[in-house]
Write a protein that binds this ligand. Structure first.
Ligand code: TRH
Length: 385
């Protein structure tokens, strides 16, 4: 069995562990690899995967071996390095592990997994080697073109999503478990996952005074200022209230597969960061992206790169995303952009499958990663490729 070790440092929020968990799961389930996920923050992991026990140093979680990665030199009895070693986002694997890699008869394939951007320079850096302590480390980029590693997508995901969306009782059952009444389920359902600086209060005002009923589903901890203003107190899971045309529900933090279903069940998804942004593109519903903020407004460059690359976006989505991300250069009327987005929904529904097909021609990230690893060491090519 091919072994793989994936090292994840949770820098902040949930994207780091969210992506690593997804990747680890797919590599075990679809490619039969034996995967050990080393993660430094079990509490964040537990939120999106409740099966994780925060008190254990070593545990099996579904198909994955999980090890709590601490900053000490304590390697918990592990002496052998895996066939493939992945470090997420340059998280620097421990010295004792590098020593174990060097000690192997055949060198492991060592890959640094990079962050997602639609910028063109990525193609020039994807799969480049960098010599490290007498070992070669390679940079592997997710992306939107054939000259990148593609995006994470599990086999059959689009089909599962379509099946769910066409199954009205399943959608209704899922939403009523989240506490929505029948009337709230038949309103325009919007999921809202964004960073605290998004202009949520302004959008709430637009929704409250609009003539269409909106049900907005907000995960616990998201948009704290706007939800506090809405409820008149700190928001907590299970809280819901209606003002004008807007009903807001505070959701508990969902296990990751349920978060995917939430995106499938809503009519419009506000997503953020990297993982939910990618999942929104597979959910076949219009989405608005709140990009992770970076110094010197670098994120605005990344946002514009995506806006010009993605063929599934209408002008209304462009406008709303620019306003949502506070991109300078034009005053955008949030109310008008929202109305236009609603008007464009059918058009977007036609554009999204084409965009998904374009993305799928790039292959999926996990398979591309393993194919690349096999070019470095042909002995570690799984039969699934
Ligand atoms: O949480 P994010 O903002 O994460 C990241 C990190 O900040 C990271 O450092 C940065 O590099 C990156 O963004 C760009 O957003 P993201 O990427 O969408 O990750 C959220 C994860 O949490 C995703 O896997 C979905 C999951 N999730 C659940 O499982 N249940 C929930 O209820 C919610 C709201 C999210």
């Amino acid at each position: 069995m091919i072994t793989l070790a994936l090292f994840c440092k949770v820098v902040d929020n949930y994207g780091d562990i969210g992506i690593c968990y997804r990747l680890a799961r797919q590599l075990t389930v679809e490619h039969n690899l034996s995967v050990t996920l080393w993660v430094d923050d079990l509490h964040s992991f537990h939120r999106l995967c409740p099966a994780v026990d925060c008190n254990l140093k070593h545990q099996r979680v579904q198909t994955i071996q999980v090890r709590h990665w601490t900053d000490t030199n304590d390697h918990d009895g592990v002496c052998d390095a895996a066939d493939i070693v992945l470090e997420f986002f340059g998280c620097e694997i421990p010295a004792w592990y590098v020593a174990a890699m060097k000690a192997r008869a055949s060198q492991p394939v060592w890959i640094n997994l990079e962050g997602l951007t639609a910028e063109a320079w990525v193609e020039g850096c994807h799969t480049l080697p960098s010599p490290q302590q007498s070992l070669a480390k390679y940079f592997f980029y997710p992306g939107f073109t054939a000259r990148t590693g593609g995006l994470i997508i599990e086999a059959g995901l689009i089909g599962q999503c379509q099946q769910f969306q066409q199954d009205n009782p399943a959608v209704a059952g899922f939403l009523s478990q989240l506490g929505l009444t029948e009337a709230e389920r038949s309103a325009i359902k919007v999921s809202l996952f964004c960073y605290p600086h998004a202009p949520v209060g302004e959008l709430f005002d637009v929704w409250k005074t609009g003539n269409r009923a909106i049900t907005c589903l907000v995960p616990d901890g998201v948009a704290p200022a706007a939800t506090r203003a809405f409820f008149g107190t700190d928001a907590a899971p299970g809280m819901h209230a209606t003002q004008g045309s807007l009903t807001v529900h505070i959701l508990p933090f969902l296990p990751q597969p349920d978060f995917d279903r939430l995106l499938w069940a809503c009519d419009i998804n506000f997503v953020r960061g990297e993982d939910s942004f990618v999942r929104a593109q597979w959910a076949s519903r219009p989405f608005i992206w709140h990009i992770y903020p970076q110094d010197n407004q670098l994120h605005h460059v990344k946002l514009r790169a995506f806006l010009s690359r993605c063929s599934a976006l209408t002008a209304a989505q462009h406008d709303l995303m620019l306003a949502w991300n506070d991109v300078p250069g034009g005053t955008i009327d949030l109310a008008a952009a929202w109305e236009n987005l609603l008007f464009d929904r059918q058009k977007i529904a036609k554009l999204l499958p084409e965009w998904q097909s374009t993305l799928l021609t790039n292959g999926d990230f996990s398979s591309n990663l393993l194919k690349f690893a096999a070019t470095i060491n042909p002995d570690i090519r799984p039969d699934t490729l």
